[in-house]
Design a protein around this ligand. Structure first.
Ligand code: MRU
Length: 349
């Protein structure tokens, strides 16, 4: 199943990305030709979702290097170093961003004395590789995860962990897509996902494009659905998984996991290995982005909260590993993830 849109691509020397701020009302693409533009697109959620942010950061470096390919070496190096900083500062929680920048930096370091044009070519190839690997990882996760989905499954998901959040196919929605492609009947319940409404705007739209049945619900209705035995499993994506298996994902994920445990419903997390951060011991050390007041005080041009009332707007929360039934990755499915099983998964001693 191929999605009829492209989240991110390299086209004619620039980065083309679907502007997710405008979905579902209009399907518009941005064409960006420098790192500052890409960093701004990440910061303002034109592109979002951990793996897609990683791909965007990689292309942000590549496009900047291309822009500078005719520059003198010192200018090239100083401006490219600044581009890395800009991109690294765009959002803090999704580790895929830093993982991708690390890969790009390593490529730069291997031939740092080569002409800028050669370095630029090499960086572009690495960005292409990051994108292709992400699609392959998602397809593999889809195959592995589909085995966990029973026929006639009623599946609850939160935020958007689909093709829109990745280079293609998706993580949580990739599992659902693969299950549907394998002939299983599925019905998806999509949390609207306050306050930015990734569920209402993006997941509902994305699944509609594929003809996968989807019903939208307010976040606060999830407990009621579970209590009435109308959900068979929950599946979400992740922005960062700590060494002990704690999972940072879109705000509202943690209460869903608690509700799922209360009702004996499996709670699955699908994410590529690039989302694992074994350098962080537990979820409490994962940096959690706090976003602007306007996202909670109103929506778009409209404000409904009284002037001056303080707002708390964390974009992510942390689900303790003990609430995760299984982590689905391209390297395998880990039931009850913990420090030992995650180390074994990535082959680290
Ligand atoms: O703020 P967002 O929209 O970038 O948050 C996205 C999520 O929380 C996703 O669930 C996560 O990045 C996984 S995407 C495959």
């Amino acid at each position: 199943m191929r999605t009829p849109f492209q989240t991110i691509a390299w086209v004619d020397g620039h980065v083309k990305m679907l502007d997710q701020r405008r979905l579902p009302g209009s399907v518009d693409y941005l064409h960006l030709d420098d790192a500052a533009g890409v960093a701004e697109a990440i910061r303002t959620l034109a592109i979002r979702g951990a793996p897609a942010i990683g791909c965007a950061a990689a292309y942000g470096v590549a496009v900047e290097a291309r822009r500078l390919r005719g520059a003198a070496r010192d200018d090239f190096s100083a401006t490219l170093a600044h581009a890395f900083e800009l991109l690294a500062g765009s959002r803090p929680t999704a580790v895929n961003l830093f993982w991708a920048l690390h890969r790009m930096r390593a490529v730069w370091a291997t031939g740092a004395s080569d002409p800028p044009a050669t370095i630029a070519e090499r960086l572009l190839l690495e960005a292409h590789a990051i994108l292709a690997e992400d699609v392959a990882a998602n397809r593999r996760m889809g195959d592995l995860g589909a085995a966990l989905v029973p026929d006639d499954a009623r599946i609850l998901t939160h935020c958007n962990a689909g093709a829109l959040a990745t280079a293609g196919h998706g993580t949580a929605l990739g599992v659902i897509r693969s299950a549907a492609a394998a002939g299983k009947r599925v019905a998806v319940f999509a949390d609207e996902t306050r306050p930015v409404l990734q569920g209402a705007r993006l997941t509902a739209w994305e699944l509609q494009q594929d003809g996968i049945p989807v019903t939208l619900l307010p976040d606060v209705a999830a407990g009621h659905l579970m209590a009435r035995s109308r959900i068979d499993l929950v599946i979400v994506g992740a922005d960062r998984v700590a060494a002990n298996g704690d999972v940072a994902n879109k705000i509202g994920t943690f209460p869903l996991a608690v509700l799922a445990a209360r009702h004996g419903i499996p709670f699955y997390v699908a994410c590529p290995l690039s989302t694992l951060d074994l350098s962080i011991e537990t979820g409490s050390a994962i940096p959690i982005e706090e976003r602007g007041r306007e996202e909670v005080a109103g929506y778009g041009a409209e404000t409904w909260a009284p002037d001056g009332v303080p707002v708390f707007n964390p974009a992510f929360d942390v689900t303790p590993a003990e609430l995760v039934t299984a982590l689905i990755t391209e390297a395998g499915v880990v039931r009850k993830p913990d420090r030992a099983s995650l180390r074994a998964l990535v082959g680290s001693p």
